[in-house]
Design a protein around this ligand. Structure first.
Ligand SMILES: C[S@@+](CC[C@H](N)C(=O)[O-])C[C@H]1O[C@@H](n2cnc3c(N)ncnc32)[C@H](O)[C@@H]1O
Length: 440
């Protein structure tokens, strides 16, 4: 049987929710075999294989030393590949530094090494590694397989747990392409991975997921592409990345209109009034400083981030009112606002940017979370979260639309992540807390 047929037979045995096709430059893709409604579960699947790290073992430490000497892969992926060999791969060795898996399981794992990933100039380096581990003279085919398994784990595995650190492969899910406007969302827990439709998916349409977090989906095209290149080693060619104007890089024109930088950062979308300010160079110079600030302070403590946001947010908003990095400053500001109204204002600006950033941006968990945050600050500024609510509280809440927003956020999180999701439950609890004000 051809490999694609084997993969399709496997998908069929899992329920036949999706089918595999070859799509040329993107490799194999999965398409819906029937219509899926918004929020519907497309499938759930248990992990095919889980590998736990053993950082205290001598073998793992040797892999770490090796990884430090050769800037190729981290010890984690060497460990996963090593523990995905079969008895026949290693039959000449009496003592093995790893556990082994069955031929059938290994074959399925190897489905995930795309056909063009067959050669490696690094084979002598891996031979040296296996030699270091007491496996001298490993046949070239086995070394090659070791390299393929490295690719399989590095590019397809999901983080399974933090303590102990463990990686898992979900076989069906590994065939989905990435899209920066994905039509499906995955969540994984102890039981397995569940895929839900973000919106209606007609039969025959490709089912795509995001390899980035929902928050990262709001970054500029160049930033998203860079993340995917570094973590997954491919150049994203999704429709959103191919658009000319980057909606995550909105610029305020001299006349106040909104314009956008193009993906390459070489021009600005035309101004209807024919303005010639700001210049592209000026925008790029300020943008570079803003992005640098966001990157450098991403891991700083709250107070430091707040101080930076207080210093730079107004200027960022003036020139780059719909920019992903400006949204980052608003987020830091909202974390430490002096008043409820200021926090509400920050969240409202964030939401305006998020909802408009790309076509499917409203069906995104990050958007839902900001919606819920805006709703809570609004409720708070109406006095609705106080022990003794003010007399006009119900009317103020009704006029603010905050309850509708909170319900919308809850509905979105339920659709995208399911009823067991901790964020959905959090929003649901908040809804229950203010349900007495719901006069609709
Ligand atoms: C996890 S695999 C998905 C299955 C893969 N297409 C296959 O044939 O095995 C990820 C690989 O698919 C391709 N791919 C997925 N999404 C892509 C995208 N948006 N643009 C370009 N290539 C993509 C890249 O080659 C990437 O390394």
């Amino acid at each position: 049987m051809e490999e694609e047929e084997e993969v399709n037979a496997y998908l069929q045995s899992c329920g036949g929710f999706v089918a595999c096709h070859d799509a040329g430059s993107k490799g194999r893709i999965l398409v819906a075999t029937r219509d899926y409604q918004s929020g519907e579960v497309i499938y759930s699947e248990p992990p095919l294989h889980i590998i736990e790290e053993d950082e205290d073992s001598e073998v793992f430490q040797r892999l770490e030393d090796f990884a430090a000497r050769h800037a190729l892969y981290s010890a984690r992926w060497y460990w996963c590949a090593l523990n995905s060999m079969t008895a026949s791969d290693l039959e000449q060795f009496a003592q093995l530094p790893c556990s082994i898996i069955s031929e059938g399981l290994q074959r399925q794992l190897l489905w995930l090494c795309a056909p063009d990933e067959n050669a490696s100039e690094a084979l002598p380096v891996f031979q040296e590694l296996l030699h270091d581990l007491g496996m001298a003279d490993v046949p070239t085919e086995v070394t090659r397989k070791f390299w393929q398994l490295l690719q399989v784990w590095k590019y397809n595995s999901f983080e399974y747990s933090d303590d102990p650190v463990a990686s898992a492969i979900y076989l069906q899910a590994s065939f989905h392409s990435h899209d920066c406007n994905p039509n499906a969302n995955w969540v994984a827990d102890d039981a397995g991975l569940t895929l839900r439709a973000r919106h209606f998916i007609p039969a025959g349409q490709e089912v795509t997921i995001s390899y980035l977090s929902d928050e990262e989906l709001f970054e500029s095209t160049s930033q998203r592409r860079m993340r995917l290149k570094i973590s997954k080693d491919f150049h994203c060619c999704c429709q959103r990345c191919a658009e000319l104007w980057d909606r995550s890089r909105g610029v305020r024109c001299q006349c106040g209109r909104l314009r956008f930088l193009d993906v390459e950062g070489s021009m600005l979308s035309p101004c209807d009034a024919g303005c010639n300010w700001p210049s592209v160079d000026e925008v790029l110079r300020r943008e570079e400083l803003l992005v640098l600030l966001c990157r450098q302070q991403a891991d700083a403590d709250r107070a430091t981030r707040l101080a930076s946001a207080q210093t730079f947010a107004a200027a960022a908003e003036q020139l780059l009112p719909r920019h992903w990095a400006t949204e980052c400053l608003w987020k830091w500001l909202a974390e430490g606002c002096a008043t409820k109204l200021e926090a509400k204002d920050c969240e409202a600006k964030r939401l305006r940017f998020l909802q408009d950033a790309y076509e499917g941006a409203k069906r995104n968990t990050h958007t839902a979370w900001v919606m819920s945050s805006l709703a809570m600050w609004t409720l708070s500024s109406c006095g609705a979260l106080q022990h003794a609510t003010p007399p006009d509280c119900s009317a103020r809440v009704r006029d603010s639309g905050a309850l509708e927003l909170l319900k919308e956020a809850a509905g979105l999180l339920k659709d995208l992540n399911g009823e067991d999701d901790k964020y959905f439950r959090h929003v649901q609890r908040n809804l229950e807390r203010v349900s007495h004000l719901d006069t609709a």
